[in-house]
Design a protein around this ligand. Sequence first.
Ligand code: DON
Length: 577
Amino acid sequence: MFVTMDPARGQEAVGGTPGNRCCWLIAAILCQLALACAADGPPGAAIASAHPLATRAGLETLQNGGNAFDAAVTVSAALAVVEPYSSGIGGGGFWLLHRASDGRQIMVDGREKAPGAAYRRLYLDEHDNVREGASLEGALAAGIPGLAAGLGHLATNFGRLPIGKSLAPAVRLAREGFPVTQGYRDMAGWRLKALQKHPETARLYLANNALPEFGHPIIQEDLGNLLEQIGMNGPGYFYQGQFAQRLVEGVRAGGGIWSLEDLRNYVVAERAPIVTEYRGIRVVSAPPPSSGGIVLVQALEILEHEDLAGIDHITRMHIVIEAMRRAYRDRAVYLGDPDFVEVPTDRLLAPDYLAGLALTIDPKRATPSAELGDTPGLSLRGESTTHFSIMDTDGNRVAGTLSINLPFGAAFVPPGTGVLLNDEMDDFSIKPNTPNAYGLVGDHANSVAANKRPLSSMTPTFVETEDRIGILGTPGGSRIISMVLLGVLDFGDGHGPESWVKVRRYHHQYLPDEVQFEPHGLVAYEQEELRRLGHTLKQTSYSYGDMHAVMWDRKNNQIFAAADPRGEGKAALLPDP
Ligand code: DON
């Protein structure tokens, strides 16, 4: 299924007159009444997001009569304000939706698109060398943002409230400011040089050109005005007219290649999710242009051929790593924007193909990635991001993973716009066999092209059984998919979201050929045993991921939400138990 949505039409449909706002209000009250009578929803609503202020803003929208989709608009916009290092109006993302009234499940694809003037060798010099940093910092690194169009699409097609009402908490947060936390300081410290280089960015996100102190208020007046205007006029305000003109001028003055046409032509896509049945669990996840769902499902299907419950702990770990290795290999070779390349989804998910891959796993020895065969064309042919999970009392669900790529994205704000640009262009394979910021390699399927979406790893996911419904996802670049895989396996072991978000994390992405693990991700004897099986291990200097998850236990009629203890997020229930 593929439907496109024109942000300009969203503008008309969403803006609303006072008259139809009144209708909205009546509709909202009626829906609340219907909701109170509905017997088959969860006993409460739940939100888990990466920032307490965003979670609180989402609760406010639910209390105002909004559904999970309205709350998703609020939480997305609030995160764009209070986590400027993770996502934003200058970025994009994916919202995986489940609508309770008809069971419809789709993914709203608000991923950035390459500008129309982009081309395959955009980030290479005349000798075919990668232009250092060109896809990571400054206006040239930015794709055409999809967040505003995505929010408009959610509000118009799935929400109950006018978009302005759902955006109001974010407008307030932008104007009143939010206090700098440890997480903010870590992220800003990581990109300090880039932030200092661009005066408008430094003005907004630093204090006297230095790392702001704890509690220092970050006020984003222009962003507040922009969100308010989108609330009044719809997302067309962002993509057309004077504001778009100002954005394009700022981008071009900063060395970028956006045009007014790029903004005007940006469209959200609705895409059918990737769905599988794994040991009685229905897994619903992100389709291309995310690699998340396909890689996740491939790994799960490979694991379905193994007796995970009957083998010892180390062999299980080894086999999970081998499944990751094989699934990530296919990512590098075959996955890209489905509007541009033919992604062989059916073949990649075919039972015989995955059974074949499972057969190549040796339970007693790591398979060197090089032994998996050449990746056609890979040879010489030529913690940022955020996730939230929401369920309302009707059982509507949203798994939203949003990004501007590296912390603070391109570190560039076209003056006077309040739009911190993404550096999502680095998610393309800018040169075959050349790793991107996450060490991922790729080739033709994910090469740079005009108007194409860069391949993502974002993996917003639902897990469903007769008794339990889970929502999960996380940031973490290439490691997103392996984190979600470990979370799904933990769900399969009967645990709840408190456990999924805490799972010790290890990861293999085919290349580099090593098992990465966070501090304490593998204890000493696990490391020793995995080395004995032939794995090369590499501990990261930091713990990674920031998973936020919700679960409805239908059997016991309970709802749970959990925030990753590694981050600063907040999980909350409504009513508050
Ligand atoms: O879409 C992607 O796969 C990346 N832009 C996500 C980046 C990310 O998760 C960074 N987080 N730590």
